[in-house]
Write a protein that binds this ligand. Structure first.
Ligand SMILES: *Cc1c(COP(=O)(O)O)cnc(C)c1O
Length: 252
């Protein structure tokens, strides 16, 4: 992480973020209009991975309320540095069971639930933590559809045939509530290069799960490159990083 910016540099960065956030906001508004959806149906989650806590602070100043991270170590430090801000923290990365407790110290949403062992670890950590139930989303990996999950592209997620069982486990797990589905547009398999089709498929999976779990309304889909396709397919939460913050900052 880079050092907090102060003085004129912070002012410049604030202007930069205001501009990029405005552009993303316009894209979301336009996509909602095209899809005939109310803008209020879509929540922008800004993915702040790689970027310093000082940027999170500026984003909060600009009205951002939902932020996401994908690595616990980085997220824990940032969340601690921003504990005074009115933010909701979402965890969207692959998660090891031994990190469940650390993640739930700051996150109220975990988008990347993809195996029963992780459900159990999150449930135990949520019970220990107390307070509000943790919103757990099952991450769908459409690229695992044809091979029953035998292959792991390294990006996590459960095969579509496994998500019903995982949802049931979450619904039975103390401390957790089943909130919906998350996906990343596949880079391989039948949906590679077809984000619109991928997001439609996930929306369909979401509709069938909601027969048994009507409150699981979250569909977390769409990033900088494909938020329009996600909104067209019914996404309720888009996770946008680089279009707001820029590409990864130089390593030092
Ligand atoms: C980084 C990341 C995003 C944001 O990606 P951008 O292309 O930078 O918008 C969204 N979701 C997950 C799971 C991520 O890791």
């Amino acid at each position: 992480m880079t050092e907090p910016r102060e003085g004129p540099a912070a002012g410049e960065r604030l202007d930069e973020l205001r501009t990029s956030l405005g552009r993303v906001e316009q894209r979301i508004a336009r996509a909602c209009e095209v899809a005939g959806r109310d803008r209020a149906e879509v929540t922008l989650i800004v993915v702040t991975k790689f970027w310093p806590a000082s940027d999170v602070r500026l984003l909060a100043e600009l009205g951002v309320r939902d932020v996401a991270e994908n690595r616990d170590q980085e997220a824990a430090a940032k969340a601690a540095a921003c504990a005074d801000l009115p933010l909701r923290w979402h965890f969207v990365g692959q998660l090891q069971t031994n990190k469940a407790r650390s993640v739930l110290a700051y996150a109220d949403y975990v988008h990347s639930v993809d195996r029963p062992k992780l459900v159990r670890a999150l449930s135990a950590a949520a019970e220990q933590r107390g307070g509000d139930e943790v919103a757990a989303l099952v991450q769908v990996a459409l690229e695992k559809e044809e091979d029953g999950g035998a292959r792991d592209g390294g990006r996590g997620g459960a095969a579509p045939e496994d998500i019903g069982g995982l949802a049931e486990e979450i619904m039975r797990a103390p401390g957790l509530r089943f909130a919906g589905l998350m996906t990343v547009a596949p880079l391989e398999g039948a949906y590679a290069g077809r984000p619109a089709a991928a997001f439609e498929r996930v929306a369909e999976l979401s509709r069938s799960l909601r027969v048994a779990a009507p409150a699981a309304t979250m569909v977390s889909a769409g990033m900088s490159a494909d938020l329009e396709e996600a909104i067209a397919a019914g996404a309720t939460h888009v996770r946008v990083g680089s279009a707001v913050l820029g590409v990864r900052p130089p390593l030092r």
